[in-house]
Ligand binder design. Structure first.
Ligand code: HEM
Length: 126
């Protein structure tokens, strides 16, 4: 098993992850039906996002929280959805990578997911 250390590794991770996500019964519909994601746009953003987080190369310029509010307005993004997101993320990492960056990718995603779940819940109460 290899370490997560290059842009190519991130591309493999992100591609394999969204491959699972789009086929998933619990969260696939957000991407396929609600947001109708343009993958040619979305995937490179996600490569840059993770490259920025893991390697400190600030190639991602965006607001990751903001894009989720309109989706949450169309279909509530609930804790069970974030739990599933994290489960698939962990599974994809465990299937492909080991080491510090792999652990960090899980740790960071868990924190962001927790914060995002909270913000989405708060937004629904406004
Ligand atoms: C149930 C959980 C989640 C769902 C359903 C979801 C769904 C989506 C969708 C539909 C998009 C927009 C794609 C597009 O049309 O361009 C998106 C973008 C994005 N998501 Fe999520 N997401 C979830 C959780 C997360 C988590 C936990 C993270 C971070 C660890 C994350 C990071 C991002 C980023 C960085 C973008 C790109 C933002 C940009 O356009 O700059 N998402 N997400």
């Amino acid at each position: 098993m290899k370490k997560l250390e290059s842009r190519e590794d991130i591309e493999l991770l992100v591609n394999s992850f969204y491959d699972k996500v789009t086929k998933d019964e619990t969260i696939g519909f957000f991407f396929n039906d609600v947001a109708k994601v343009n993958w040619a746009n979305h995937l490179p953003k996600m490569y840059s996002f993770w490259e920025s987080i893991l390697f400190g190369q600030m190639t991602y310029k965006g607001n990751p929280m903001a894009v989720h509010f309109p989706i949450n307005e169309m279909e509530a993004m609930e804790v069970k959805h974030f739990d599933r997101w994290i489960e698939l993320w962990k599974k994809t990492i465990d299937e492909n990578f080991v080491g510090e960056n792999a652990d960090m990718a899980i740790y960071k995603a868990e924190n962001i997911a927790k914060l995002m779940a909270y913000k989405m819940e708060m937004a629904r109460k406004l």
